[in-house]
Design a protein around this ligand. Structure first.
Ligand code: CTP
Length: 472
């Protein structure tokens, strides 16, 4: 295990070995690439630390690599980068950093390999492999990162208060790695997150969301969200989600804890999709339950309109988290808005017109919507779960049948607004909108067929009712 030279198969390593020797500058591959090598996760980012000038080493490496592998130099940061195929190879001099309290910009001094390993976030991210002549391939693991990997434990190299206070994003990273790898955060760093959580305030929203998205994409994201909640970080970065937590009881009637329900729905959907935005829809599907919660003595707890209010909350949440305010957001809004519709269908008699209407509203997102609804079944009563799943099967069957018959996805009514304006020789206005909606509703409800002839007849009748004269 201690000599890994057979694993250093990428051609750049042999060249770094030569150049480091020539320049008399010890060099090591360090951090995420080493971690991922040992975990068997392929990685395209190679970080090389030089005990001396990383930039000089990179220049020589690029020369020897030939083939137009030019080096990009970032003098201000003392780093250099070579892009080699789809590999991103970064060179930096060993550092010893100390951070200012109000900023995450460190003041940097040159340092030894040990200094450089000390300043890293987690023991599993502080591993290095020598690229030096005497001990090429030797693993350097001063903080027992390998043991932590074997045990599945997240720890910091130094006192967690120092590591987290130096760079508070590391609290999110610790939780993200715990979620990605299904590791446990040791008691000390966990307490360190609780102590230092307010420091997250100096980190940009974009970087926080990057980590949140990585948690969302983990195999079981609830691992990360429970840690965020338990440490108090979630209260600071995503307070709307914390409001879902808790159970209220009136007259002996309780509602379910919507925080844990949401996490279960999220974990459920992750078994069936890698789509980040579908996962976000699962996370946000009940987000307005706290705001719409009522106790009605006859019915118990209700959350009327939570799908509509939730959908309207999405833009603000996306803006606050600096998530994209584009069609991804609209997709999430749409799924939140429609998330109850298949359930209503499954509970009642499945009529053609209800299915047609749902197909029309969901369009190409209908399969994702069904995926969300199936994930939303979290009852502990197995009989109920089976019953709903069976009903969903029926809904899916009906969807397919109606889709084949009526082709309602991306459907446009057979008569456009312009057709209506021409038919009655009127300008665009309220009447045109009324007639257009009436035609669409009549087709969706199955009152008239989805064809031009029936729609034209219907348009003429509607126009007459509104006092318009048909001119053909
Ligand atoms: N690092 C750190 N503190 C941070 C970010 C990074 O100490 N806030 C160190 C870690 O040693 C990390 C290395 O820099 O392994 C490279 O960081 P980066 O490329 O951002 O992340 P990776 O650990 O490679 O993982 P991922 O690509 O999954 O983010």
């Amino acid at each position: 295990m201690n000599n890994l030279k057979d694993k250093l198969t990428h051609p750049v390593f042999a060249i770094v070995l030569q150049c480091a020797d020539e320049l008399n500058v010890p060099a090591y591959v360090i951090g995420g690439w080493v971690r991922d090598l040992l975990l068997g996760r392929p990685s395209k980012d190679i970080d090389i630390v030089a005990i001396g000038s990383g930039i000089e080493l990179a220049k020589l490496v690029s020369k020897k690599l030939g083939g137009g592998h030019k080096v990009n130099i970032y003098k201000n940061f003392g780093t250099a980068q070579i892009v080699y195929g789809d590999y991103d190879i970064e060179f930096v001099g060993g550092r010893k950093e100390s951070y200012q309290f109000e900023s995450r910009k460190p003041s940097v001094e040159n340092g030894t390999l040990e200094d450089d390993q000390n300043r890293r976030d987690l023991t599993i991210n502080a591993l290095a492999i020598s690229l030096c002549k005497g001990d090429y391939g030797t693993l350097l693991d001063p903080f027992n990162g390998i043991d932590d990997m074997k045990l599945g434990i997240i720890r910091t190299p130094l006192n967690p208060d120092i590591t987290f206070s130096d760079d508070p994003l590391r609290m999110m990273r610790a939780i993200r790695f715990a979620a990605q790898l299904n590791y446990t955060i040791a008691a000390e760093p966990l307490a360190g997150i609780v102590t230092n959580k307010e420091r997250i305030g100096i980190i940009s929203k974009e970087r926080i969301s990057d980590e949140l998205n990585k948690i969302m994409l983990a195999p079981v994201p609830s691992v990360g969200f429970k840690l965020l909640f338990d440490t108090g970080l979630l209260h600071l970065i995503f307070p709307q989600m914390v409001l879902l937590y808790g159970v209220e009881t009136i007259d002996g009637k309780s509602h379910k804890d919507n925080f844990y329900h949401t996490l279960q729905v999220l974990d459920n959907i992750c078994k069936n999709t890698e789509n980040l935005w579908l996962r976000w829809a699962a996370l946000l599907h009940d987000i307005a339950k706290p705001q719409t919660k009522r106790f009605e003595p006859t019915h118990g707890w209700t959350f009327h309109g939570h799908e509509d209010k939730g959908s309207r909350m999405v833009p603000k949440i996306f803006a606050e988290l600096k998530l994209p305010l584009n069609e991804k957001m609209k997709y999430v809004q749409k799924l939140v808005l429609l998330h109850l519709r298949p359930i209503v269908l499954a509970k009642s008699e499945v009529t053609d017109s209800a299915v047609r209407r749902l197909l029309f509203e969901a369009g190409d997102d209908i399969d994702d919507l069904m995926c969300l609804c199936e994930a939303d079944i979290t009852s502990k009563n197995e009989y109920k779960v089976q019953k709903y799943l069976k009903n969903f099967e029926l809904v899916r069957h009906k969807l397919k049948e109606i889709e084949e018959k009526d082709n309602m996805r991306n459907w446009q009514p057979p008569i456009s607004g312009e057709d209506i304006m021409k038919a009655f020789n009127v300008p665009a206005g309220k009447e045109v909108g009324l007639i257009k909606n009436a035609i669409r509703e009549a087709i969706l409800d199955g009152i008239i067929k989805n064809d031009v002839q029936e729609a034209t007849q219907f348009m003429i009748t509607k126009g007459k009712e509104l006092g318009l004269r048909y001119v053909g």
